[in-house]
Design a protein. Sequence first.
Length: 385
Amino acid sequence: MALLDYYQQQLDQLKQTGNLRQFTVNQQQGAYIEIAGRKMLNLSSNDYLGLAAHSQLREEFQDQHPISRCYFSSSSSRLLTGNFEEYEQFEDSLSQAFLGRAALLFNSGYHMNIGILPALSDSKTLILADKLVHASMIDGIRLSTAKYVRYRHNDLQHLTQLIEKYHDDPQIERMIVVTESIFSMDGDETDLTALVRIKQRFDKVMLYVDEAHAIGVRGEDGLGCADQYKVIADIDLLVGTFGKACASIGGYLICDPIIRRYLINTMRPLIFSTALPPINIAWSDFIFKKVMAAKTERLHLHKISQDLQKAIVAKGYHSPSTSHIVPIIVGASQTAVEKSQSVQQHGFYAMPVRPPTVPRHSARLRISLTSLIQFDDLQRLVACL
């Protein structure tokens, strides 16, 4: 037991500081979630368009893909026997949607971000990453042999200064600028148009943009902020996930065909992982077409997001959001836990987010809106804050 004492002490410390996490069993139906017999409006789901809760879509898919004909395991990596027809079909669908650029699928957004950056980087690579990029990108940077520097969050002047500082260094052959389009904790955005202009000024610079929280909810066809600002063709490495608005699982990369072929030969999480089951890929292909057509859901989500953010700021809270992710920043971890418990008692499932997920002294409730939520619901939430 002595060997376990250290870990127990660390757990005790987490509990004392309000940072202890644990799993919670739940049942979900539509916009609601039930935990320990308490039914609450679900404000913590990433099902942004409500498609995962749409039973008719599941029935439609099952009619098109009878279970008796489906494989529920790929049984190997794609480079062995796991490259089923469903993979080729879905990558072709993605390529057509994203202006004919090459597409490559991954098991998850995490696999994607810890695999692409190490594969494309070496000791002559410099990665310049926004200070608030997701943990999966930070882990990808750490797994690489590249040098890296973090630029101040959304400070493109600082980024430009760093590029100018290192661009003529003979030891640096390429730079990869890494950012999210919509940031997962603050819900704010980077200026993709300005980023593209910066990239185009420098021969050595490649742009890596994660659209995990933008795919499905932004752009005329729901293809993300790159679609919204018409820069799909200008981003070297455009990545995103299917586990949020797209109501499925996995990740994707939109890139040049040369990059796609290179990653197939060098990206370790892709080469050494059993591929997702064909049934999951078929579902992603099916639901992706629904996502592109979900214009009404996108408009409603945009409207309630703006209204909630304004109401939270008017209530005196700091909330930098410009999207459907609306944080209510309260500061101390214990305060966030207590605020979460309070709103849950009023029928709203909003979870506390604490360090190290967010910087110290910026613990918050993270409100994650979906198109299933109505503004009347949010007015009741604001009233009980």
